[in-house]
Design a protein around this ligand. Structure first.
Ligand SMILES: [Zn+2]
Length: 286
């Protein structure tokens, strides 16, 4: 599930390995990949363009082209952009190939089939990205913003930090790690957090995502970088999919898995208490 750190890693790889190349031909094998425009128009508008840049916004991977278009990927659950031929060739799960000058090929592979691509002009790109919240690793993301955006919300904290309109780029893996770090129960109502808890949550968001970037992403199952290498951050996870294991903080509790906001959620009920003191009363009588 590529989240901010994984898409950031792929973007950096593209800058190093692909930017400057021209697309000689685009082959689309799965028309479901292309959301906009039609698959035929998509391939036609990619013919002969040069790749001039790569950037990331939230979980969107944006490939900039000298035609003025942007090729935007949402890798969703299992999307991979690979410069080396996928091992399952011929073509299992390959949704698209960009044939590059010099003989290179960029494969879009997705065993889950959920990756989506759009070819957008500047105006369309701006509209597409306009509703996204701030980038958590950039200057504009401050604890005052986070608290201001959420402190009056009665919703549970986990779905709120997954909301891309609140903060861009957090997905299910990092959300669980962030809340463990902040010692916040995923079902805590946002309007019960103290000033100190907002600060801790804010720092946990930044630290966990920065560590994910430093470790070139988390490979739980499908994530690979552009050279088909797994990330390293899975070696640093403490609660995600660790249910049944002892608490990594040694509280003598056990990591559990429950659904929160419809998503499998992993936490330590010993360290991340839902009840206690003032919060308990406010929750009980809310
Ligand atoms: Zn614990």
């Amino acid at each position: 599930m590529p989240e901010l750190p994984e898409v950031e890693t792929i973007k950096e790889d593209l800058r190093e390995l692909v930017v400057g190349s021209a697309v000689e031909r685009a082959e689309v094998f799965d028309p479901a990949l292309v959301e906009q425009p039609s698959a035929a128009e998509f391939a036609r508008r990619l013919d002969g363009v040069r790749i001039t840049g790569a950037r990331r916004r939230a979980k969107h991977l944006i490939v900039e082209l000298d035609s003025g278009d942007a090729l935007v990927f949402q890798l969703k659950i299992g999307g991979q952009l690979l410069l080396v031929p996928p091992v399952e060739e011929p073509r299992t799960a390959v949704m698209c190939i960009l044939h590059l000058d010099g003989g290179g090929r960029l494969f879009l592979r997705d065993q889950t089939g959920f990756t989506r691509a759009r070819l957008l002009d500047a105006g369309e790109l701006e509209v597409r990205l306009s509703a996204l919240g701030p980038e958590p690793l950039e200057e504009g993301f401050a604890v005052e913003y986070l608290r201001g955006a959420l402190e009056s919300r009665r919703a549970q904290i986990k779905p709120l930090i997954l909301d891309q309109k609140v903060v861009a780029g957090v997905g299910n893996i990092y959300a669980d790690e962030i809340l463990f770090d902040a010692r916040l129960h995923p079902r805590r109502k946002a309007n019960t957090l103290s000033e100190a808890e907002w600060r801790t949550l804010y720092e946990a968001i930044r630290e966990n995502l920065a560590a994910g970037v430093e470790h070139r992403g988390t490979t739980v199952r499908l994530y690979r970088d552009v050279l088909n290498r797994p990330g390293e951050h899975q070696n640093y996870l403490r609660v995600f999919e660790k249910h049944g294991e002892p608490c990594p903080e040694g509280c003598e509790g056990e990591v559990v898995q429950e659904k929160v906001g419809g998503r499998p959620t992993h936490f330590c009920p010993g360290c991340q208490r839902l009840s206690g003191g003032e919060q308990e009363q406010r929750l009980t009588f809310a």
